[in-house]
Design a protein around this ligand. Structure first.
Ligand SMILES: Nc1nc2c(ncn2[C@@H]2O[C@H](COP(=O)(O)OP(=O)(O)OP(=O)(O)O)[C@@H](O)[C@H]2O)c(=O)[nH]1
Ligand SMILES: [Mg+2]
Length: 431
């Protein structure tokens, strides 16, 4: 039997690194958000049990604000996992806990993996994992995903959650009184309708009905193969619950705000309780650097300077190895011609093989290889320094005008460079 594990989490928290370490596969990892764009699957074995791991694209929320959020949410709700392993970044726990609470409202088979503990240590951040586990009511494991041995405890906890037959209660985020009374009006009827159904988180379904998010409701209806909104009893109690909310001046959009702000309050509160900052200076220094790199006045000029420097190093630096490679290929070409003449090859064959195929291949390698060998490591250094997300932030405004996000800037940079190399080699070949 194969057990299904899902790995949701905020972008860039190390989900794919955990996935790769456990499965031995090579999902793309890197220091900017949004690398994983589709669910990847891989198998790992622990204590003679096989686990099918699914690496889910990073998302800050599953309240369905974008297509990625919808995919992640549908997968968590309806993928029927044996355990959901929420990966969080220990250096910014508060933001990550938002997603944890949203997931805890949906499923009770959860393990929280507090990753990047080495980074937290470097920044003087300490997380009380036991306290966090008590707050969330689920196992919490600290990891450094790049070090495989730190994942053993994670697998052990996952194994326990998967093996447990206990009918665990769902985590209950307690909302303000008028929201709770609206839930009370509707929940029992939802329970009566869905009794004995495969998805028995009635409170969460009630919340989604009150929220009135048509997409989620239709996903739930499709999954359960029944009509929730078409049911008269549900319709009546839903209207009654909504009337009650309106009496308290809570409209549909305000209802969603209340849900979001309560979850944010929980995250903030829990993060405060379990996090200790030992080096306040570190954060202040980081904030100052961030301000310089992302402010309107200095951010863009610094970014352009960086780009100019990288292109200059790439183009001038590539000249030398290009020349050496070119000389080398010329030398080999001469030898190849001699060899073909030695075997009395006809002129047309020598032309095609030596002056056509080999010379073109030599040119392309001599022109393309050195700049790529310089440019990509330079880009990797920027990535490791954490500068790429800042570039994405700086360019977000411009890219939004073209109905896309700043994250595309990175892909575009790669594209521009590849196009540049292509044009250079084309010119070289034509000359
Ligand atoms: N120092 C340190 N770096 C880590 C750790 N885990 C992951 N990383 C690095 O963090 C970066 C992001 O890791 P990914 O695994 O790509 O993150 P992800 O959550 O899959 O990101 P998306 O798919 O974009 O949502 C990579 O550069 C990893 O090498 C860790 O425990 N410690
Ligand atoms: Mg990933």
């Amino acid at each position: 039997m194969i057990l299904l594990l899902q790995l949701p989490g905020n972008p860039n928290v190390g989900k794919s690194t955990v996935f790769n370490s456990l499965t031995g596969l090579h999902q793309h990892t890197g220091n900017w958000p949004g690398k994983t764009v589709s669910n990847a699957m891989g198998i790992t074995n622990y204590m003679n049990k096989n686990f099918l791991l699914v690496d889910i694209p990073g998302t800050y929320s599953i309240m369905s604000n974008s297509q990625e959020e919808e995919i992640a949410r549908d997968y968590i709700c309806f993928g029927n996992p044996d355990c959901t392993v929420v990966v969080v970044d220990s250096t910014c726990l508060e933001r990550n806990l938002n997603l944890v609470y949203q997931i805890l409202e949906i499923t009770n088979k959860v393990v929280v993996c507090v990753n990047l503990l080495d980074e937290a240590k470097r920044k003087g951040i300490e997380i009380d994992l036991d306290k966090l586990s008590l707050e969330l009511g689920v196992p919490v494991v600290g990891t450094v995903a790049r070090k495989k041995k730190t994942l053993k405890n994670l697998m052990h906890n996952i194994y326990d959650v998967c093996s447990s037959d206990e009918d665990k209660k769902y985590f209950k985020v307690k909302y303000e009184d008028c929201v709770e009374s609206a839930i009370d009006i509707l929940e029992q009827n939802v329970k009566n309708l869905l009794h004995n159904n495969k998805f028995n988180n009635y409170r969460w379904i009630t919340l989604k009905l009150l929220e009135g998010n048509k997409k989620i409701i239709s996903s739930i209806e499709n999954y359960l193969n029944l009509k929730l909104l078409g049911n008269e009893i549900i319709q009546n109690s839903l209207s009654k619950a909504k009337e009650n909310l309106i009496k308290n001046d809570i409209t549909s959009s305000l209802f969603k705000d209340k849900i979001v702000s309560t979850i944010m309050f929980y995250s903030e509160n829990t993060a405060l309780k379990v996090t200790r900052y030992k080096m306040l200076n570190y954060n202040n220094r980081n904030k100052k650097i961030d301000k310089i790199l992302t402010s309107k006045l200095t951010g863009i000029p610094i970014m352009l300077l960086f780009f100019a420097l990288i292109f200059w190093i790439t183009i001038t630096g590539a000249n030398y190895p290009s020349q050496l490679l070119s000389d080398f290929f010329n030398f080999i070409e001469g030898k190849l011609v001699n060899l073909l003449e030695f075997f009395n090859s006809p002129n047309c064959l020598t032309s095609v093989l030596a002056y056509g195929m080999f010379r073109t291949l030599g040119w392309v390698v001599a022109v393309m290889l050195p700049p790529m060998a310089i440019f990509f490591p330079l880009f990797t250094i920027l990535e490791d320094l954490g500068y790429l997300p800042r570039i994405a932030f700086n360019l977000d405004g411009f890219f939004r005008k073209a109905c896309t996000s700043g994250k595309q800037a990175l892909t575009m940079c790669m594209g521009v460079t590849k196009l540049e190399f292509f044009i250079i080699s084309l010119l070289f070949c034509t000359i």
